[in-house]
Design a binder for this molecule. Structure first.
Ligand SMILES: Nc1ncnc2c1ncn2[C@@H]1O[C@H](COP(=O)(O)OP(=O)(O)O)[C@@H](O)[C@H]1O
Ligand SMILES: [Mg+2]
Length: 253
């Protein structure tokens, strides 16, 4: 068997060289971290769920004309994606107050915001992904003026799509994080949605009960993370087959 070339290993995923130039194989691990990697665990099945869920959301986005890096799913844990130059920002879109916004501004978790708020964080684990302003982004050259306009419209389109998809299955999209990357096509370049969209990168609350169905279950020790992600997948009709336990092969006679 030929060994694959590993490009990068992050906290939740591994990137391998893809079969063609400009492609990458994105492998979803079961590892999870929170609070900037202070809290770590291996959560069996999480990678499989996130691979499927990210496929589901990215396919939907591609179908409504929001460009993403997703090409196709390869197996339980891996998907083929387009290689992009990642803009070093974590773009956070918030519809309801939660987490960091509540702590920083003293706003109760769950309060509906007057309009979606788009925040930019510098993508740097060592620094804890600090909040930055557009002034920092422009001054340090992380993204240009046109990029920022494109990032804003992409983020809001993803927000509307994700809010609608979630609302249809009784889930509130409280907030989410996006990464975008630059791709080149001949004389043109454009920004596409990259990385992953999954319960690792969204806050999802049941509309009726307020039950958390996202990574906060792990951050705040609220129960089984796999059960929460499985519930999201079940409601969306994703992976109906693999959610039933696999039959073990049995020896005959
Ligand atoms: N289409 C893409 N092209 C190139 N890099 C990507 C693409 N999508 C995601 N990435 C990068 O792959 C990495 C995924 O690793 P991850 O486990 O999320 O680690 P971390 O976010 O801690 O770096 C991230 O650094 C992300 O920016
Ligand atoms: Mg990441």
């Amino acid at each position: 068997m030929a060994r694959r070339t590993k490009i990068y290993e992050g906290t939740a995923k591994i990137l391998y060289e893809g079969p063609e130039p400009g492609t990458i194989v994105q492998h979803f691990k079961d590892d999870t971290t929170a609070f900037n990697a202070e809290k770590k665990a291996v959560i069996e099945g999480k990678g499989v769920l996130n691979n499927r869920l990210s496929e589901f959301f990215m396919t939907g986005l591609n179908n409504i004309g929001v460009p993403t890096h997703f090409i196709k799913r390869l197996n339980m844990r891996e998907q083929l994606i387009r290689q992009a130059e990642i803009i070093p920002l974590e773009i956070v879109v918030r519809n309801y107050a939660a987490g960091d916004l509540s702590t920083r501004l003293g706003i109760d978790e769950g309060m509906q915001l007057p309009r979606p708020i788009v925040e930019y964080h510098f993508k740097n684990n060592d620094l804890g992904d600090p909040l930055v302003t557009e002034e920092h982004i422009a001054a340090f050259g992380w993204a240009g003026q046109q990029d920022m306009e494109d990032i804003l419209s992409l983020s809001l389109r993803v927000n509307d799509f994700m809010s609608g998809v979630m609302m249809a299955v009784g889930i509130r999209l409280v907030d989410f994080k996006l990464e975008v990357g630059r791709i080149y096509e001949g004389d043109f370049q454009r920004l596409i949605v990259a990385d992953e969209i999954s319960p690792d990168s969204c806050r999802l609350w049941d509309i009726e009960t307020g039950q958390k169905l996202d990574k906060d279950v792990f951050r705040r020790d609220l129960g089984s993370l796999t059960d929460a992600y499985t519930e999201v997948a079940r409601r969306l009709g994703v992976m109906p087959k693999t959610s039933t336990p696999m039959m073990k092969p049995t020896l005959i006679n």
